[in-house]
Design a protein around this ligand. Sequence first.
Ligand code: UD1
Length: 429
Amino acid sequence: MAEDIIRVRGNKTLAGEVKISGAKNSALKLLAAAILGQGPSVIHNVPLISDIKVMSEVLDCLGAHIERDGHTIRIDTSDVDKYEAPYELVSKMRASISVLGPLLGRFGRAHVAMPGGCQIGARKIDMHLKGLEALGVEFKVAHGYLQAVAADGLHGAEVMLDFPSVGATENLLMASVVAEGETIIENAAREPEIVDLANMLNAMGAQVTGAGTSSIRVEGVPLSSLHPCEHTTVGDRIEAGTFLVGGALTGGPLTVRGVNPSYLHMAIIKLRAMGCTVEAGDDWIRVERTGSLQPVDIQTLPHPGFPTDLQAQFMLLAALAQGTSVITENVFENRFMFASELMRMGADITIEEHHALVRGVDHLEGAPVTSTDLRAGAALVLAGIVADGETLVRRIRHIDRGYENYVGKLNSLGADAERMRIDMDDDEE
Ligand code: UD1
C-alpha cells in the first residue's frame, strides 16, 4: 500500500518569518455555527487542512452549499434541511460533534453518529449531553447514532460544567443562542476559539456576553432573528506555538506572524524559562536562543493554562535541555504516546501515569518514526530537523489534519524536508 511520508534531513536551523494560518479549532466551529445563520455566510482566514474538508463534507451532507476561494469559505445554509451527521464522516473527525448544538438550534433535533474511541483518551461527551439536557433536549442512542430532540423547544438554564470542556461549551453556546430566555454557562472553557465563536454568533444577531471568562451569559433570541455574517478566523495559536518551538530548538531567530501573543502567554513564559528570548508585538512573536536549553516543569491545563496541544512539542524541547524536566498531562488521558517515538530517536523519558520525567540528552538521532496524533506528528518533524542524520515520519495524514503546508513553511525557514510517496509492505491499519 502506498503512503505519504515526510523525509527530514537533520542538523538544520530554523530562522526567518512565517505566516500563521487561521485556527483549526476555531474555523471548524465557525463553519458549524453558520447553520444558524440560514443564509450565505463568509468566513475568512480558514486554513487549508484536511479537517476543514471533512467539516465541509458534513455540512454538505446536511444541505449546505460551500464554495472555497483560497482561505475564504462562502457557506450558504439556506437549504440545510437534514439533521443527521453520518458515521463515515464523524468517524473521520471527532469534531463533527460540533454540529449537534447548531442543528438543535435550527431544527430542535439532531442525529449525530457516536464519535467512538480516540487515540488520546476516552474523550467522552457526557458534559455536552448533560448541559443540553438542561436546555430541554432528550437523548437516546439507537443504531450507533445519538438522537437528540427538544420536543418542547430549547429553554434557557444555568449549567455548571464539571470541567471547562471546549467542545461542551461550544455546543451549549450554539444551542442556547436560540433558546427561550437566559442561559448561563458556569465553569465555561476560556479558550480564544470560544471567544471567536461567540463573536461570530453575535455578528449573526445572537446576544452572548462573558466569552473568554468562566461565566458565559446568553440571552436567547428567536431563530428567525439570526442572519448570515462575514467573519475572520483568529490565528492558530497552536501552529504558532509549534513554529516557536522550532525556533527555540534550533536557535532562530524565528518570527511567527498572524497570531495574538496573549493567546500564548503561558507557552511564552515556559520558552523564557527554558532560556529563550521572546519578544512580541500586536500580531507577532519572535523567539531566539543563544545559550543552552534549560529544563522546565510544565502541566497542561485548560486555557489560560499550558495547552495540551503544545505538550508534545515542549517535550521535544525538554528532551534536549540540560537537566531533568517534569511534564504533567492533566487534560487528556493517554497523551504520552509521542514519548516512545521520541525515545527511538535517543530521548530519555520515563512515564509514570500522567507524568513524564524527561532527562535531557545532548543530541537526537534520525530514525524512522510514526505520528501517533496531529501534534505528535508535527513535533516528530521538528525532532528530525534538529537530529543527526535522516528521519522518516510516517502516518503524516495526522499532520495534514491541522497544519497547512507544514513542510513548505518549514523549508522556507531553512529546513530540508520533503513529502514522498512510498510503498509500505506492512498493513498498519
Ligand atoms: C478541543 C480541541 C483539542 C484540544 C482540547 C483541549 C477541537 C476540535 N479540539 O477538544 O485540540 O486538545 O479542546 O484544549 O477544538 N471530556 C469529558 N466529557 C465531555 C467533554 C470532555 O470527560 O463531555 C473530557 C475529555 O475526555 C478530555 C477533557 O474533558 O479529557 C477535555 O476535553 P475538551 O475540552 O472537551 O476537548 P475537545 O473539545 O474534545
